[in-house]
Design a protein. Structure first.
Length: 399
């Protein structure tokens, strides 16, 4: 049985990085690597499940810059590009990065202009301070012998308010048969992941907090669902099921660790549906408007949630507009998105602005509209269903 500490003492970080390159360079046919994670049904299901949980933690939005650390052959990078991120794939193996570039270039959905590669030599990340909105470590951090040093580098290149997410093996990984086999045949480290130890170092570096994901991959018979959901907490069947879930969670932690660290308070903006809420009001429109002329109405909006409203962004994603829908005589929406006006500056929680909404000429009669804010390519605020948000009804007369 090989102890990971033996590997750490035997090899330098640079030698372990070279071991990664030797591994990829020794593979004559890389077809199966280019298909990753779809070369095995069971493994693909487990890998994509973990990848999905990592994406949930990352809280990604289009336009974000992301460091895919330990990207290997870049299958994760490919999907992150498709989500609209500007991705830098970082790996110690030039061969793996070259395979990864081929993977991205062959994808019809991944924009290669959003993709760059960065070699990792074992200690420092060759990027300026505060370069990335997000960092992803997917099955890579447990290969790093000097992980404290590298975690400090990740902190340095992460922007304030940014997030790093890890999807790694658990605390029993080094003893697994596959791990022991890899450490015997190659210059590679298959270390355990101890979340409390990582958290202790992370907090000293300046990270805000650590949040981990409970993962239960065990399946149950249908009657167990009834025991858990409809059973009474004091019943024996409920207690048995609860103990089974706790046991499954403990078992999963020995194989899987998914957790995140934020650099300061996590920055949330209007590229995400979370916390999109506003107060909307307008002055009474008692005076009628003239027929066949544009109609201008001033509307006051106030940000009442934690998300920062963006006034500018790449591809307009997350840019906040005041918009409206025309109502019919029954109060239902007759025409969506009739007019819009963009906010003129970024707006934090508590900020107010007066926006002029210009309507096209209207025929004579009474006209009713529902006013709401919209985050472009994300959501109308009403659909975000955040606490405190209400749309505003506007009525005016044309004669």
């Amino acid at each position: 049985m090989i102890d990971p500490q033996e590997v750490i003492q035997r090899y330098t970080p640079e030698e372990i990085c070279q071991g990664a390159e030797d591994y990829f360079a020794s593979i004559p046919d890389t077809t199966y690597l280019e298909r990753k994670p779809f070369f095995d049904g069971a493994m693909a299901g487990e890998t994509l499940y973990r990848f999905g949980l990592a994406l949930k933690h990352l809280k990604l939005s289009p336009g974000m810059t992301l460091l895919d650390f330990g990207s290997g052959t870049c299958w994760t990078s490919k999907y992150l590009i498709q989500l609209g991120c500007q991705v830098t794939a970082c790996d110690p193996s030039p061969t793996a990065l070259e395979i990864g570039r081929n993977v991205v270039e062959k994808s019809t959905l991944a924009d290669t202009e959003r993709f760059t590669t960065l070699p990792f030599r074992g200690r420092s990340i060759d990027a300026p301070d505060n370069s990335f909105d997000r960092v992803l470590c997917f099955d890579s951090f447990h290969h790093i012998p000097n992980w404290q040093e590298v975690l400090g580098e990740m902190y340095r290149v992460l922007k304030p308010g940014g997030l790093i997410t890890f999807a790694e093996p658990g605390y029993g990984h080094s003893k697994a048969a596959t791990s022991q086999f890899e450490m015997k045949r190659s210059v590679v480290l298959e270390n355990d992941i101890h979340i409390p130890e990582i958290e202790k170092v992370a907090l000293k570096l300046g990270f805000k907090n650590l949040r981990w994901q409970a993962v239960i991959s065990r399946d149950y018979e249908s009657r167990k669902f009834k025991d858990l959901v409809t059973g009474k907490w004091w019943s024996s069947s409920y207690r048995r099921m609860a103990r089974s879930c706790i046991s499954a969670l403990k078992d999963a932690l020995s194989h899987t660790s998914i957790f995140s660290l934020s650099k300061g308070n996590l920055k949330i903006d209007s590229r995400q549906m979370r916390f999109l809420a506003a107060q909307i009001s307008s002055a009474p429109t008692s005076q009628p408007f003239a027929e066949n002329r544009e109609i201008s109405i001033s509307v006051k909006v106030k940000n009442i949630a934690a998300s920062t409203w963006l006034s500018e962004n790449e591809d307009e994603c997350g840019v906040v507009y005041l918009g409206c829908h025309r109502l019919n005589e029954h109060g239902s929406i007759a025409q969506e998105d009739v007019a819009r006006a963009k906010i003129d500056r970024d707006m934090e929680k508590g900020h107010e602005a007066v926006i002029t909404l210009v309507f096209p000429p209207h025929p004579k009669g009474k006209h009713d509209y529902i006013l709401d804010l919209v985050s472009e390519r994300v959501s109308w605020f009403e659909l975000a269903n955040c606490k405190g948000h209400q749309t505003h009804t506007l009525s005016f007369t044309v004669q």
